[in-house]
Design a binder for this molecule. Structure first.
Ligand code: URA
Length: 429
C-alpha cells in the first residue's frame, strides 16, 4: 500500500477498507506515513467524510495504536466524561473531583486546546509543577489513590491521537464527525473506563454549529462506543456564549476552584452538575438523576470535591496551595487591558467563537503545532448576557503578556464582533 494512493482514493470520494485504515494509522504512529501525507488525508476526510464502518475501523485502529488499560483491579465504577470542545469549557476540572468525591473513579485522558476551543491539559499545566505526562504505572497508581487522574495521550495511551490531534489543530481539520469520533473514543476507550458521558456541544461556538450535525456526532460516538461494549450517554449542550466568565488557562483554573468552593457562575455550575450527575447514574452510585445532583452538590458543600482536586494536583506534581489561594499560585498577566461598551443598552450576544479566537490570539492557544502557550493569557467577562450597560462600561478584561501587546488591536476587533448591545434584554432561549 502507498499513502499517496489512499489520499487520492479519499480525495475522489472512495471508502477505505479496515486494512487500509490500519496501514495509515500504523504509519502515523511509527512515522512511516509522514505528517504532510496525513495532513492531506485529514483534509480529504473533512471534505469527503467516512462511512460508519470506516469510522468504526478508524476508532479501532487508533484505540489499538497503544495499550488499552485495564483498571479492573480498582474497586468501584470507572466513569469519564468528554466534551466535543467549547469556549470557557472548564467543566472537566469541576466534575472530575466532584464525581470522584461521590465514589466514582475518574481516569481522564484529555486533550490540549483545539482550534478556537480550550483544552483541559493546557489548563492543568497552568498550575505550577503540574504534569500531564504520566507513564502507565503512575497513571494506575494515581487513579487508585486519588480516585481520579488527569493526563494526556501518551506514547502508551492513544499515541495516534496524540499526533493527529496536534496536526488537526494546525491544519483546520477539526470539524469532521468521523475524526472527532475517532479522536474522542480512541482516548476514552483506552483509559480503562466502564462507561462514558459525552458533552456534545452545539451552536455558533462549537465545532458542530447545526443541531442536526451535533445529533449525528452524538449518534456516531454512542453507536460505536456501545458496539464496543461500553455504555455511553450523550448530552447535547449549547455553546453560543462562553461557559462561565473566563476564557484562558490559568483564568479558567481559578474559576473552576471558585466553583468547587461553592461559588461560580450559574451556567457553568448547571452544565457541570448535570454531567457529573450523569456520571454518577452511569456508575450506579445514585438511584436517579435527582439523587445524583443532590449528592454532587453535597460534595461541593462539604469540601470533599475540592479536597480531591487538591490531592490529585499534589500527586501530579502541582502546587496544591492553588486550591486555597489561586491568586497567589497561578500565573498572572502583567498587562490587563479593558474592552468597553460602545453604547448603552443590554448585552444581547456574547459570541463564543470570536472570544475563543481572541483568547487564542492572545497566547492561550496555538497557531502552529510547536507554538508555546501563555498560561496567563485570556479574557475575563466582567459583564454577561442580559446585563445592562452604559457607554464606556467595562465589558471584558483582556489579559496579555507585554510581548504580545501588538495583538491587542486584533483581539479588540474580535471582542467588538462578539459583543452585541441592543435596546431590550435578550429573550431567553
Ligand atoms: N475533543 C477531542 O478529544 N477530539 C476532538 O476531535 C474534538 C474534541
Amino acid at each position: 500500500m502507498r499513502a499517496v494512493d489512499l489520499i487520492r482514493k479519499k480525495r475522489d470520494g472512495g471508502s477505505f477498507t479496515a486494512a487500509e485504515i490500519g496501514f495509515l494509522v500504523e504509519g502515523i504512529a511509527t512515522g512511516t506515513v509522514p505528517d504532510y501525507q496525513w495532513a492531506a488525508l485529514l483534509m480529504a476526510v473533512v471534505w469527503r467524510g467516512m462511512q460508519p464502518d470506516e469510522t468504526a475501523a478508524l476508532v479501532d485502529a487508533m484505540l489499538h495504536s497503544g495499550s488499552v488499560v485495564d483498571l479492573g483491579d480498582i474497586p468501584g465504577p470507572k466513569v469519564d466524561k468528554h466534551s466535543t470542545g467549547g469556549v470557557g469549557d472548564k467543566t472537566s476540572l469541576i466534575l472530575a473531583p466532584v464525581a470522584a468525591a461521590c465514589g466514582v473513579t475518574v481516569p481522564m485522558v484529555s486533550g490540549r486546546g483545539l482550534g478556537h476551543t480550550g483544552g483541559t491539559l493546557d489548563k492543568l499545566e497552568s498550575i505550577p509543577g503540574f504534569t500531564v505526562d504520566l507513564d502507565l504505572p503512575t497513571y494506575r497508581r494515581i487513579a487508585r489513590t486519588c480516585g481520579l487522574v488527569l493526563c494526556g495521550q501518551t506514547a502508551e495511551i492513544a499515541p495516534a491521537d496524540r499526533v493527529l490531534y496536534a496536526l488537526r489543530d494546525a491544519t483546520a481539520t477539526v470539524e469532521s464527525i468521523p475524526l472527532i469520533t475517532a479522536s474522542i473514543l480512541s482516548k476514552k476507550l483506552a483509559e480503562g473506563i466502564d462507561s462514558l458521558v459525552l458533552d456534545v456541544k452545539c451552536g455558533a461556538g462549537a465545532f458542530m454549529t447545526r443541531e442536526e450535525d451535533a445529533r449525528s456526532l452524538a449518534a456516531s460516538m454512542t453507536g460505536i462506543g456501545r458496539a464496543l461494549g461500553k455504555p455511553v450517554q450523550a448530552l447535547l449542550t449549547r455553546m453560543d456564549e462562553p461557559l462561565g466568565r473566563t476564557v484562558g488557562n490559568a483564568l479558567e483554573v481559578r474559576e473552576s476552584i471558585d466553583c468547587l468552593r461553592g461559588g461560580g457562575p450559574a451556567d457553568l455550575m448547571e452544565v457541570s452538575l448535570e454531567l457529573a450527575a450523569e456520571m454518577l447514574l452511569l456508575g450506579g452510585v445514585a438511584a436517579n438523576l435527582d439523587a445524583a445532583r443532590d449528592r454532587c452538590r453535597r460534595a461541593i458543600a462539604d469540601g470533599s470535591a475540592l479536597e480531591r482536586l487538591r490531592r490529585v494536583i499534589a500527586a501530579q506534581g502541582g502546587d496544591p496551595r492553588v486550591c486555597d489561594d489561586p491568586e497567589a499560585v497561578l500565573p498572572r498577566a502583567a498587562d490587563v487591558s479593558l474592552f468597553r461598551a460602545g453604547c448603552a443598552g443590554f448585552i444581547t450576544r456574547l459570541r463564543a467563537w470570536p472570544i475563543g479566537q481572541a483568547s487564542m490570539l492572545l497566547g492561550a492557544g496555538r497557531q502552529t503545532v510547536a507554538a508555546r502557550i501563555d498560561p496567563a493569557a485570556g479574557i475575563v467577562l466582567v459583564r454577561t448576557l442580559g446585563d445592562e450597560v452604559q457607554a464606556g462600561d467595562v465589558v471584558a478584561e483582556i489579559h496579555v503578556h507585554p510581548a504580545h501587546a501588538d495583538r491587542l488591536p486584533a483581539a479588540l476587533d474580535l471582542l467588538r464582533e462578539a459583543c452585541e448591545i441592543g435596546p431590550t434584554p435578550p429573550v431567553p432561549s
